[in-house]
Design a protein around this ligand. Structure first.
Ligand code: COI
Length: 355
């Protein structure tokens, strides 16, 4: 979707910066935000004039539909600064497409391409000091849209707010990740909103994930809602399983998010002649492979999580710890991916886009 809504974005600069209060070496994911945000409202059937302004709380009517019906979507993206101080985005077109697909599924208006891309580019340029160089550093970008229309009648809002906020980031998980395989709770069902980045998909995971956390696990690997026999995704990331020398990952579906890191890893692995099978992976296969020593690796893949090794899993009260291995495929793929993202290796896929 492309329009010419943006000729100029109004920019109101913050009077002071918070940057000197930030300890960039000890960032907890998603807790610090830059000096500015981008905002564009939808009213009277059209997108209004966009603005970049100081990051600050804002007022909403208590009956706004986002509070009552959860009409809200978001994206997760990252920007990186190279050694020449140039800023790069990773596959932003994919995030834009997925954002609007989420909007359609949640009966929200699509955001015009120039609003999304120009808003993001100008915001990143304005807050570029906040993007630190070097592997392990990135700027996490959170575009989101909420229903701001007032009234508790259960129908789609007529008013929306699209915003982009920026959060300097290091890693998402700080320690080892162990997972629980879901036996009862479900993340999504066919015909539902699992493929959309809808806020409610994440809220629905909080209760079962809190139970898992209390039992010593950082994440749940969700299984299909109908039979709980197929491994799907892990809520904050898609998952890969290495059995012997083949990587397996579930196909995306109405229940599984079409992860951009996931599809990038599949393309990279294929190019490295690593065998990849995209097909439903059964819990029973995983348990069997763990028991007979063929399960070599499990790892998650996501924008925030990047490529995150999973050291063990529990299923029906039995815990399986993975062997420590050399030449892990997860480490190889992570190294190649982050080299491309940080412009330390040639991007032969054409995934990086300069801001
Ligand atoms: C991302 O990886 O960008 C996500 O949206 C996952 C979120 C739970 C941090």
């Amino acid at each position: 979707m492309s329009t010419t809504l943006i000729n100029t974005i109004e920019i109101i600069k913050a009077g002071t910066t918070k940057i000197n209060d930030v300890d960039f070496d000890n960032l907890h994911f998603g807790e610090v935000f830059t000096d500015h945000l981008f905002e564009c409202d939808f009213k009277n059937g059209e997108w209004q004039k966009p603005i970049i302004k100081p990051y600050a709380p804002f007022l909403l009517d208590p009956s706004a539909k986002v509070f009552h019906y959860g009409q809200a979507i978001f994206e997760g993206m990252k920007a990186y600064k190279d050694d020449n101080n140039d800023i790069w985005l990773f596959r932003p077109d994919e995030n834009y497409l997925r954002f609007n697909n989420s909007a359609i599924r949640m009966a929200m208006p699509e955001v015009p391409e120039d609003v999304f891309m120009e808003g993001l580019n100008q915001l990143l340029k304005l807050d570029s000091e906040w993007i630190k160089k070097g592997k392990g550093n990135s700027m996490y970008i959170r575009p989101f849209m909420i229903a701001t229309g007032a009234g508790v009648i259960a129908n789609p809002s007529e008013e929306y707010k699209f915003m982009i906020i920026l959060s300097p980031a290091k890693s998402y998980y700080s320690g080892e990740v162990k997972v629980l395989i879901a036996e009862h709770f479900s993340r999504a069902a066919n015909g539902g909103i699992g493929a959309a980045k809808a806020a409610g998909n994440y809220a629905a995971q909080f209760y079962p994930t809190t139970l898992a956390n209390k039992a010593g696990f950082q994440q749940i690997i969700w299984t299909d809602d109908a039979t709980h026999t197929k491994l799907e995704e892990a809520g904050t990331m898609n998952v890969f399983f290495r059995i012997n020398d083949t990587l397996y990952t579930a196909p995306t579906s109405e229940r599984i998010l079409d992860g951009i890191t996931r599809k990038s890893l599949i393309d990279m692995a294929k190019r490295e002649n690593i065998e990849v099978e995209v097909r439903p992976v059964l819990v029973s296969e995983l348990v069997e492979a763990a028991k007979n020593g063929n399960l070599k690796e499990i790892f998650g893949a996501g924008t925030a999580a990047v490529v995150n090794p999973i050291i063990g899993f529990s299923y029906k009260e039995e815990y399986f710890e993975l062997p420590k291995i050399e030449n892990s495929i997860a480490s190889q793929l992570k190294e190649k991916l982050t080299n491309i993202q940080h412009k330390l290796a040639e991007d032969t896929f054409g995934w990086t886009v300069k801001v």
